[in-house]
Design a protein around this ligand. Structure first.
Ligand code: NAD
Length: 245
């Protein structure tokens, strides 16, 4: 592991362009449940049964109860050492993009700036009728489901299963993957597309691809370095090998 860490450190020192893909595992050490793995269930529903346009059409109140529960959990959470290490890495790399599948806003809270939010943000609500997006940080929400001043239902401004990503976010993520010398994939089960293909795109373009996860994923056999462990321990260790700014 030490040799592998040293190799990753060397690659990062030499890199001019770094891209990082993060998933729910990065926020696990902040106490936010992941979708896959222990603690991911809410009232015995699977996320795939709730985070869909069909579920919202069927029972908007139920879906909003789940999101309200998640907003409460996230509101109580603080960034952990993994979020802070990634914010510090951004300041070291000449070109840097953080692509996140997380909707919790903890990377911004830790100081990251060059972020592509692939799956939206739980702190924004979107009108079902006209698409107007507004920030909303009320916790818990006073009325479920919340409504727009125009009377239509509001939904979380997030990407649900079966929905396309915003073309701007997708283009930003793929451009970063294509130009990266080093690509880190951290705390993601690498099963949600198209995010899961980003490390492979980077690899095809010649990037050195590193995975940080306590468990193997479908991506593990394809990466150059698999660092098995918690993001909150491994990322600060990597950072300690790099020059200080
Ligand atoms: P996932 O739940 O499918 O997988 C989480 C991964 O993190 C697993 O592979 C697990 O082994 C790993 N992991 C757990 N603890 C870790 C740790 N301490 N350090 C490093 N890795 C750890 O999550 P996903 O791949 O991001 O995909 C599912 C979807 O979940 C995404 O679309 C995302 O929007 C959504 N989601 C977001 C949040 C959030 O914003 N915090 C939380 C739950 C789900």
């Amino acid at each position: 592991m030490d040799l592998l860490l040293a190799l990753v450190g060397e690659r990062l020192k030499a890199a001019t362009s770094v891209a990082v893909l993060t998933g729910a595992g990065v926020s696990a050490e902040s106490g936010i449940p992941t979708f896959r793995g222990p603690g991911g269930l809410w009232k015995s529903y699977r996320p795939e049964e709730l985070a869909t346009p069909e579920a919202f059409r069927r029972d908007a109140r139920l879906v909003w109860e789940w999101y309200d529960w998640r907003r409460q959990k996230i509101a109580q959470a603080s960034p952990n050492p993994a979020h802070y290490a990634l914010a510090a890495l951004e300041r070291l790399a000449p070109a840097f993009t953080l692509i996140t599948q997380n909707i919790d806003g903890l990377h911004q809270k830790a100081g990251s700036e060059r972020i592509v939010e692939l799956h939206g943000c739980i702190w924004r609500l979107r009108c079902e009728a006209d698409g107007t997006v507004r920030e909303n940080r009320e916790v818990p929400l006073s009325i479920l489901p919340p409504r727009c001043p125009c009377g239509s239902l509001l939904r979380p401004d997030v990407v649900w299963f079966g929905e396309p990503l915003s073309s701007e976010a997708q283009a930003g993520a793929f451009a970063a993957a294509e130009s990266a010398d080093v690509f880190l994939t951290v705390g993601t089960s690498a099963v949600v597309q198209p995010a899961a293909s980003l490390p492979l795109v980077a690899k095809r373009r010649g990037a050195f691809v590193v995975e940080i996860n306590p468990f193997s994923t479908p991506l593990t056999p394809s990466v150059d370095a698999s660092l098995q462990g918690r993001a909150g321990s491994i990322l600060p260790e990597i950072l300690s090998l790099l020059p200080k700014v």
